[in-house]
Write a protein that binds this ligand. Structure first.
Ligand code: ATP
Length: 236
């Protein structure tokens, strides 16, 4: 069998001298797979994405992406390996236009990617291509952040809380888009979400982090139907 696109083995990480936030986390993501990372506030979901994308150093364990050990890869070079990270809070450059933000995403690609594909995905952005980041609504900013990540043509998207602050209708649009992208391009997604229903509606599989450990992993439909699990870890 082919090795998974992303393999995390025994990963531990944290902040400074404090107790570790991630404890012995192991997981895999296959290409074309959407994996939701669920768990209460403070469980370590954001920390997991930061560690995979190299913003945070691990204290133990390995992250291997497409056969490459990511430990030696600098954060700004991750995108060349095929990993794009959309952080919580999104990271749109508010003083640049929509078009300039998208160009930034594809900067290292030669030839530079056509932005038409991104605008086809997000017609709302096409209508606002000359607007500055700070003139956009929350939903448009989130779309721009995702669009900018996609301009780098990643094989794995690390997506942190895309539904944060968005109306349910916009959240549903973003989730549908993820599925569509996955189907058409084979993109894999590691999706951190507080909104468990939304996440499980789009994910193939989900895992639950509790106090920095993976306490369960299963297919999304099974997790959504597991009332005990929902009560214990997910609060609904
Ligand atoms: P949330 O949805 O609230 O962001 P989360 O599951 O993403 O939750 P993390 O943000 O990964 O959780 O935080 C996990 C733990 O790490 C928390 O106890 C938090 O206080 C701590 N932590 C997060 N960021 C930092 C930081 N920059 N410095 C120190 N501790 C941090």
């Amino acid at each position: 069998p082919r090795p998974p696109l992303l393999r995390i083995d025994g990963l531990s990480a944290g902040y400074g001298g404090a107790a570790p936030v991630l404890r012995d986390v192991s997981l895999t993501v296959e290409s074309k797979q959407i994996v939701a990372v669920l768990g209460a506030n403070g469980a370590g979901k954001t920390t997991l994405l930061r560690t995979v994308s190299g913003q945070l150093r691990s204290s133990a364990g390995r992250v291997v992406f497409d056969g490459v050990d990511l430990r030696g890869v600098k954060v700004e070079r991750m995108v060349r390996h095929g990993i794009a990270h959309v952080p919580e809070g999104r990271g749109v450059v508010t003083e640049l236009t929509v078009d300039e933000n998208l160009q930034l995403g594809g900067l290292w690609r030669k030839p530079r990617p056509a932005l038409d594909d991104i605008y086809d995905l997000f017609p709302a952005l096409a209508r606002r291509r000359g607007h500055l980041g700070h003139q956009l609504s929350g939903g448009e900013r989130q779309m721009l952040a995702i669009g900018r990540a996609l301009a780098a043509e990643p094989r794995l998207l690390l997506l942190d809380e895309p539904s944060l602050g968005l109306a349910p209708k916009i959240t549903a649009q973003i989730m549908a888009l993820l599925r569509d992208l996955r189907d058409r391009t084979g993109l894999a997604v590691l999706l951190v979400e507080q909104n468990v229903r939304s996440a499980l509606s789009v994910a193939d599989e989900g895992l639950v982090l509790s106090l920095g450990r993976v306490v369960t992993r299963n297919d999304a439909a099974t997790l959504a139907g597991d009332a005990d699990l929902r009560h214990a870890f997910l609060g609904f």
